[in-house]
Design a protein around this ligand. Structure first.
Ligand SMILES: [Zn+2]
Length: 174
């Protein structure tokens, strides 16, 4: 009986039986502790236990652990340089918006290509214009071979431009 009492004194019964005694059908040996029957004492005990409890550490918003660096879906976060998941929208370390970053990168790359493309295109127009000009104005000075190459170059540039223009308009019409 004494051993049983020592064990039972650690058990706090939150919903004591009305008559204050152990119910006959209680299978787990749960029984009335020191504060049983007194709601204020029970409340005090609970508050004390809650005060002793370790605070739950705050977990990052998206939960899962970081991937191993060798994992096929591990990517380096562009903001904090730690490994995070490829398919999650936010970095699990710093919360950076990876989708927005990828979009921005594509946009910037596209703009770079557009600038380079237009530079080459406009440059080619000048070359073509120069070839036409030289062909007409230095007709007698230039050897026929050079004139032939110039005309072919100019016509080629015009052809490529027409082709690119056709592709672009077909692209935007789709
Ligand atoms: Zn990050």
């Amino acid at each position: 009986m004494t051993e049983q009492d020592g064990k039972d004194s650690k058990v706090i019964r939150l919903f004591p039986a009305k008559d204050g005694s152990r119910p006959a059908d209680s299978p787990d040996g749960e029984t009335v502790g020191s504060g049983a029957g007194n709601p204020e004492a029970v409340r005090q005990t609970i508050v004390g236990l809650l005060g002793d409890a370790e605070p739950i550490p705050e977990s990052p918003p998206e939960g899962p652990a970081a991937p191993e660096p060798g994992h096929r879906n591990a990517v380096l976060c562009p903001q904090c340089d730690q490994y995070t998941w490829r398919m999650t929208q936010h970095c699990i370390h710093c919360g950076a918006d990876l989708a927005a970053y990828a979009e921005e990168r594509i946009y910037r790359r596209r703009r770079r290509w557009a600038i380079a493309g237009w530079s080459i295109l406009v440059g080619s127009w000048f070359v073509a214009a120069g070839c036409f000009y030289a062909y007409n104005h230095y007709y007698r000075v230039l050897p026929p071979k050079v004139r032939g190459v110039m005309m072919l170059t100019a016509l080629g540039i015009v052809g490529v431009n027409l082709f690119l223009g056709w592709i672009t308009s077909a692209d935007s019409r789709r």
